[in-house]
Design a protein around this ligand. Structure first.
Ligand code: TYC
Length: 120
């Protein structure tokens, strides 16, 4: 983050800064944080299991995460071998939507596939 922001605080009275010639040696410099904060991002992850077919996971990655077939196959294999993989990073609302879409799609097809999110 570039630059610090400062405000000048002062006692209210004859030395009020809004008054002409306001401010005095009693003014205090207060450091504040710049208030433009980026919103937090969330990792969306797929978890491995023993039952969900590989081709179903590949389809999920293409359909909900915009992966090409090659990318989807690679990510699916990573999940299969390592237990989980991050499949995308999104705002809280988008991540929640992705998780809900995948969980609903898996449930409707009676696969135990799990999708979770975690603050980055
Ligand atoms: N382990 C599954 C199988 O052998 C494949 C699989 C991959 C399941 C990724 C879930 O998130 C997953 N059929």
């Amino acid at each position: 983050m570039t630059g610090q922001n400062f405000i000048f605080a002062t006692r209210l009275a004859s030395n009020h800064p809004d008054a002409p010639g306001g401010g005095s040696d009693s003014d205090v410099v207060v450091e504040t944080k710049p208030k433009t904060k980026r919103p937090p991002l969330y990792k969306v992850m797929l978890l491995n299991d023993d039952y969900t077919p590989m081709e179903f996971v590949v389809h999920v990655l293409e359909r909900f995460f915009g992966k090409t077939h090659g990318q989807a196959f690679e990510i699916m294999l990573t999940v299969h071998k390592k237990g989980l993989a991050v499949v995308g990073v999104y705002s809280h609302e988008i991540a929640e939507t992705k998780v809900a879409q995948v969980m609903d799609f898996a449930r409707r097809h009676q696969h135990p596939l799990q999708c979770t999110m975690e603050k980055e």
